[in-house]
Structure formats: C-alpha cells, structure tokens
Design a binder for this molecule. Structure first.
Ligand SMILES: [Zn+2]
Length: 369
C-alpha cells in the first residue's frame, strides 16, 4: 500500500474514533443549556384564581401581567432563547394542557406564576414550590387551592386519573413520585426566593414542596411561584401596582439569569470532563485514584437550599444524616459504605422514609458523577 493512502486510512480511522466522541460530549453539554422556557400565567378566562377582598382584583390578571413582562425581559436579553407562554390572553387552559405545552416544546425550564390567598389576612410573603410531597398543612392548603381548578374542567376525573384535589389520600402518589429534575427545580426556586427577599414583598416564606398538578407531568425542571397574598392588604397593593408587577418580573428574570449561568457552567464542565476521559480510555490508560482522598458510597436523601438543624423533620429525625455542600445546595446523605451494593441495600430500607433517595459516590468531599 502506498504511503499516501496508508496515511489517509489512518486519518479516516482517527476521525471516526474521535468525531463521535466529540458529538457525544457536545450533547452532554447541550442538555444543560437553556434553549426554551415555558412561562405559565396561573388561571385565566372562566377561572379567576384568588380574588381580592374588594372583589376588584383577580389573580389571573396579575399572573398574566407578570408573565408577559418576564417573557419580554428574557426575549430582549437572550434573543436565541425561545419563550413560550401557556396563555398570553385571558383564557382558561387546563392544568394538564399546560404541562403538555412545556413537554411538547421540550422546554428546559417551566415557570408557573401564581398569587396566594388565605383566610387569615395577616398571612403574607412569597414562596416557591417544587414538585414533591407536602410537609406542612400550609403547603397542603396551597396545593388544594391551586389544584381545585380542575373541577371546572370536563371529565377531570378521567384526565387526572381519579385525582380528588380535596382528599389527602389522593396526594399519596406524590410521596411515591421520584422527580429526576427536583434538584434543578430547587436550584431555580432558591434563586427566585433569594431574589424575592429583596422585594417588592420582602417576607420570604422559602422554597416548599407540594403535590401540584400543573407540575406533576412536566418533564423538565419546574417551579410554581406564589408572588404574595392577595388577601393581605400590604401584599395586595404591591401585587396590583404596575411597579410591583414590574419588580416581580425583574426578580424572576434575575433568578433566571443566575440559574442559566449555573447550568451553563455545568455544561462547560461536562464538555471538558467528557473529552479527556474518553480520549484517555482510547489510549488504554486507567484513571488514577489519589490514595489520600476519602472515598465511599452513601444514600442521598434530600437536597435543600438551607442547612437543617440536626434531627429535623425533613430528615425524619435522622441524627446521622450528613451533608455535602454543592453550589448553594445542601445534599444530605446517610452512610459511608465501601461498595455500591452495600449502599443499595441501605437505599432499599431508606426509600420507605425518603422515596426520592438514591445512591451517590463520594470522593474527596465531592460527589462523583
Ligand atoms: Zn393560583
């Protein structure tokens, strides 16, 4: 074989080997990039949502106004990001439809905007929900209220698999649910609450978990934010003012920017980390393990935005739970096992109290992918 064709063969072979790897690495990075955002203004049309005491102001108008403002801010700064609204006018869209719109458009983030209401007029403040089992009566009340709109939909019992928004039993399914996007949802929710703490309503009720139907079937990081209480005179005056709505949108946008940055940073890390590893394997090299690094398997039970007191309810009283801080998240885990099998055995026991638990691999105080 002449030297020239031999060389060509080698080049082709090298390209064949390297090129698919690059595409693969690109895909890993791309999965974390935000290309599409779906903004969901709560309620609409025949469903006004919560109504102010004077009967003049409705949740559906506030949510639409803030949603459109947020969408415009994203479009103005990031023309490449697709912004889709579940509604952009005063019309009713079924809860299941809202999730379907996000799924159909392969959204990377779903933001549902709502306004709270309570019998007690002194209740006020902002809170942001991610999907999960509710952990307090207050959270349950919010879920009941937000879910109860389905009863005005035709044939809701078939559509929501017999779900009864007012029956606590119906909510059991959410405690069994494992949401693979919960961690990212919490990240965005934590940014939102961090922003809201700066105003226009500074009472921060934090990041919560609840069985919210609108988030149930979404297949991407998804949050439902409650901008404040329309039933509280102070919150209400902010909620209905133009400058208040503008500020809420600005806060949600700032949180979006912070979240986007965090995700894209993750994308760059995975771009960089996949390439050398796969190329090294090609050369037949094994990865070296630093002997002094502590390495073990454990069961991650919870990922939360703030440090919890020892034996907290969220930890089901487990005093042996430890945490690793990753970004602004506290990842609580139990155990220190030398093999994945041992951790898996513990996982089976822990799943009863922590349905979303999974095995993690810790090395040198870091979670290994
Ligand atoms: Zn609502």
């Amino acid at each position: 074989m002449p030297l020239k064709s031999k060389l060509t063969n080698i080049i082709v072979l090298v390209l064949m080997l390297v090129f698919p790897l690059c595409v693969c690495a690109q895909e890993v990075g791309d999965a974390l990039r935000i290309k599409t955002v779906v903004i969901d203004p709560g309620h609409g049309g025949k469903d006004p949502g919560a109504i102010a005491r004077n009967g003049k102001y409705k949740e559906k108008d506030i949510t639409l106004s803030v949603a459109l403002k947020l969408g415009n801010m994203i479009k103005a700064k990031y023309p490449d990001i697709k912004v889709i609204y579940t509604r952009s006018t005063d019309k009713y869209v079924e809860l299941s439809q809202r999730a379907a719109i996000a799924n159909r458009n392969k959204a990377d983030l779903f933001i549902s905007i709502h306004v709270n209401s309570a019998k007690a007029t002194q209740a006020r403040g902002t809170e942001t929900f991610v999907m999960g089992a509710h952990k307090s009566d207050d959270n349950f009340e919010v879920c009941k209220t937000e879910n109860s709109v389905i009863v005005i939909e035709d044939d809701y019992q078939t559509k929501y698999a017999g779900f009864d928004p007012n029956s606590p039993e119906s909510y059991i399914i959410f405690s069994l649910l494992q949401n693979m996007h919960q961690e990212q949802s919490i990240k965005y929710a934590a940014h939102v609450q961090g922003q809201f703490a700066k105003g226009p309503v500074t009472v921060n009720r934090g990041v919560k978990q609840g069985g919210l139907l609108v988030l149930w079937k979404t297949t991407m990081p998804a949050v439902l934010t409650e901008l404040g209480f329309i039933s509280n005179p102070k919150d209400c005056s902010v909620l209905v003012s133009k400058s208040g709505q503008e500020q809420f949108a600005r806060r949600l946008f700032n949180a979006f920017e912070a979240y986007r940055k965090e995700m894209e940073k993750g994308a760059q890390i995975s771009d960089a980390s996949v390439r050398p590893e796969t190329l090294e394997q090609d050369k037949g090299q094994t990865q070296s393990v630093e002997p002094e690094e502590e390495e073990f398997y454990a069961v991650q039970i919870l990922s939360v935005a703030k440090q919890l007191p020892k034996g907290a309810y969220d930890l089901r009283g487990r005093k042996d739970a430890k945490f690793i801080k990753v970004g602004n998240l506290y990842k609580y885990y139990i155990g220190g096992f030398s093999s994945r099998q041992e951790a898996a055995a513990e996982l089976a026991r822990l799943r009863k109290s922590f349905p979303g638990a999974f095995v993690i691999h810790i090395k040198g105080n870091k979670i290994v992918k």
